[in-house]
Design a protein around this ligand. Sequence first.
Ligand SMILES: [Zn+2]
Length: 383
Amino acid sequence: MAGILRTRRRLSARRRARVALSLAVMTGAADGSLYTSTESSAAPAYPQDPNNCNDSSIMWRFETNSGWTKNGVDRRPWVRAAINTLDDARDYNGSPLVSVTEHASIGVEVQVKDKPMNQYGSAECVSGASFWVNGNYTSSKFYWHVARHEMMHLMGAEHGGNIDSKNGDNPPTMMTCKDWSTFRSVNTLAQDDAAYLNWLHSGRDYRQLHANYGWEQGTSYWGKTAGALSYKSSGGSLGPGYAAWQAPTGNDYLYQTVAVHTGDDNESYRAITAAKSLSPDYKTAVRPALYRRNIAHQSSNSCEYADGVGNPNDYSVTSGWVLVAQPSSTVVGTGWTGVQSAFSNPANAMGYEMQVRIYGVAVPNSGGATGYIGIDNSRGDGT
Ligand SMILES: [Zn+2]
């Protein structure tokens, strides 16, 4: 099969100095994914080195020409709606991770161009940031994906895989090298989009691996082995939201899995959470743990990936769950308490499925059912 399309790249000496990136797909590219999983929550986000754009606050405007309306269809509302979804991802304290503001005359210029049908769009931030999308399409989902993709490039995102961590389908925004027919038919952030924005722009120390780790978007993206789990909209550790969970036993856990394609990076990771007992009538012990499964890439697809990443559209899991790091189980009182492991450097792999697990149980002081634990700011993070 033929290769992918060219990318305009003017600065390439340093790995982190990537400035011009494109979403380009060869028409009729084979669907290369061999990935199957019985996990409810597993697959690829793309936390890794940011490119050189890496801006969390962007003013933008439509290029003022008449090309946005073609065959009676104005594509601007779809582009605008796609960009605006980037405000939905929340940092640990409930603040938007990024800010995108449309302005009439200043900011990133968003252009529409008549390009060959297999060039979908391109972004650059060399001499004034801009991006363009291909105007030869009439489907809303094309513009939802491409506009969000190019804007995320300007926010520092590199290309990821085509399988979202949440459910094994629904290609996330930074997927590349697939035909536009595979794009999602809804204009919302995927789990990997939210995880990646956390990784790039969270205000906490280190690089956050997981989405909605501050529980500011309800219980989205989180799973549980058992027990009642609910979202509390006030009283959190550093922001309003947190989770209240009634674990039946100390072997139960909350979990979230995000695949991280690390390529030639070699980072250290840890598990971290805040927790508290929701009643003084219980002895509450909590332990965050970070587990990994190694990822191998099966083949090259000649598309553009950073940091030595092979083909994240075609990966397989090559190990069972292996513990990366966990602290001792820690008893917490009725005030928010941080519990975290040391950093640990796992054996090299092309990537990992990183699963953070929050273990905890509230044992009643005088018998009866287990109680509720408050959980907040729960994630793996990396160096
Ligand atoms: Zn791209």
